[in-house]
Write a protein that binds this ligand. Sequence first.
Ligand code: ADP
Ligand code: MG
Ligand code: MG
Length: 211
Amino acid sequence: DMKLTRTDLERWILDFADQIMEQHLVLSDLDAASGDADHGSNMERGMSALLKSVPDWDGAATPGEFLKEVGLHIVSSVGGSSGALYGTIFLRMARAVGDARTINAGLLSEAFEAAVQGVVDRGKVKQGDKTMLDALAPSVQVLRAKLTDEKSLSEALESAATAAEAGRDATSDMVARKGKSSYARENSRGSIDPGATSVAMLMRSAARTLG
Ligand code: ADP
Ligand code: MG
Ligand code: MG
């Protein structure tokens, strides 16, 4: 049975931060299609600050304390709507894992489901609105299904990352109903949502580092 520790979560977040540093221009280009071209720079600012400060988080010993630090850090350093939404993802995960010393399969699913609910609540969004939710929700559904099916964590996370990427690609056909892209209406159709793209990177990082 797998038991994830704070150290495992740190590996995940550092890998995600590295991916953002490499891909931020792509994310801002996607945001240029119907938004304000800053998703990559918003995320890059937050992740570079995170990379600098994580080594000093000695007080964050448990998975929950670590996730809470990540969430608070993102809220205060990533600009734009994505800052509030990514902050919510990690703060809800932190609350869901509570003071558990390690995270097992069931708790990992619960934490990701809490993150999905956080985006729904905070973004007042539903699937099909062309947002990060369209990558996150199907990914977390697949994660839960695979773990319930007693698949290994690495297989479950691999499938979850693939589902996030499929969800990301499916946003291309959608019309944005939330966020800045919604001002572009029909013109938002035909391009992939930037937030769905960064969330797919988050889930791919999880598969690479937690499985
Ligand atoms: P901003 O829109 O403030 O410039 P970003 O460009 O960093 O912020 O983030 C844009 C992304 O945030 C979108 O691609 C979308 O995935 C996500 N987003 C925006 N508004 C919402 C919302 N209300 N609910 C869920 N996700 C949203
Ligand atoms: Mg933007
Ligand atoms: Mg903006």
